[in-house]
Design a protein around this ligand. Structure first.
Ligand SMILES: Nc1ncnc2c1ncn2[C@@H]1O[C@H](COP(=O)(O)OP(=O)(O)OP(=O)(O)O)[C@@H](O)[C@H]1O
Ligand SMILES: [Mg+2]
Length: 191
């Protein structure tokens, strides 16, 4: 499934830089608040990914990114849907912003050694090995990063993932069998 299969997001969903920063800060403060966590519910991960992609299509369209979704399994994860969204929204947002203009982003839901995983793959520059651990720190951005951002996304995503038994692993395509450059953000879902 490619970009044209997603419902076009209206301008009201437009993600301006200021809106994006406010959204990130709200997500961070919700994570930090002492309020009891939202209750877990069974979440259809394929449907959640489609929603996330639909909402981020405005970013994809603006940058003419060719977005693909491929799901070969249909896992259900028990967690608050909003927290799962904050994991995938941030990874997909990163792929869309760091891919070159007119680039390609693929989201793949499949199984690796019997465990369901979500791969978010782009064709941007990837992340230099020496910064791989630090990109999860709040406000850290790889020096020279051209795309705008606040440096909060991966910190938010990792906190939400850990809370609900998911694990995020980043690797560069050039270090895998896949050719070309780009980042592979893999999320291991609870078995
Ligand atoms: N897909 C990617 N390709 C290349 N670099 C990436 C990618 N994802 C993250 N990075 C690098 O990691 C840094 C931290 O990412 P993170 O999502 O935490 O912050 P951000 O995207 O800069 O800002 P925010 O998500 O808060 O808007 C980015 O600034 C960028 O340098
Ligand atoms: Mg980000």
């Amino acid at each position: 499934m490619r970009s044209r299969d997603f419902a076009p997001a209206g301008e009201s969903l437009g993600v301006t830089r200021a809106q994006h920063l406010i959204e990130q800060l709200l997500r961070l403060s919700r994570q930090e608040s002492a309020a009891p966590a939202a209750s877990a519910e069974p979440v259809d991960v394929a449907a959640l990914l489609r929603e996330s992609l639909g909402q981020l299509m405005v970013v994809a369209d603006r940058r003419r990114i060719d977005v693909g979704f491929d799901g070969t399994v249909t896992p259900v994860v028990s967690a608050p849907a909003a927290e799962l969204r904050s994991v995938f929204d941030n990874l997909i947002d990163n792929a869309l912003r760091h891919a070159p203009e007119g680039g390609v982003v693929d989201v793949r839901l499949h199984e690796v050694q019997g465990q369901p995983v979500v791969d978010v793959v782009d064709n941007g520059p990837g992340i230099p090995q020496e910064f791989m651990a630090r990109v999860f720190d709040r406000f850290f951005r790889v020096p020279g990063t051209s795309a705008g951002g606040s440096g909060l996304g991966l910190a938010i995503a990792r906190t939400a993932a850990l809370r609900h038994g998911l694990r995020i692993a980043l690797s560069n395509r050039s270090e895998q069998e896949e050719g070309g450059t780009g980042l592979i953000a893999r999320v291991y879902l609870p078995a």
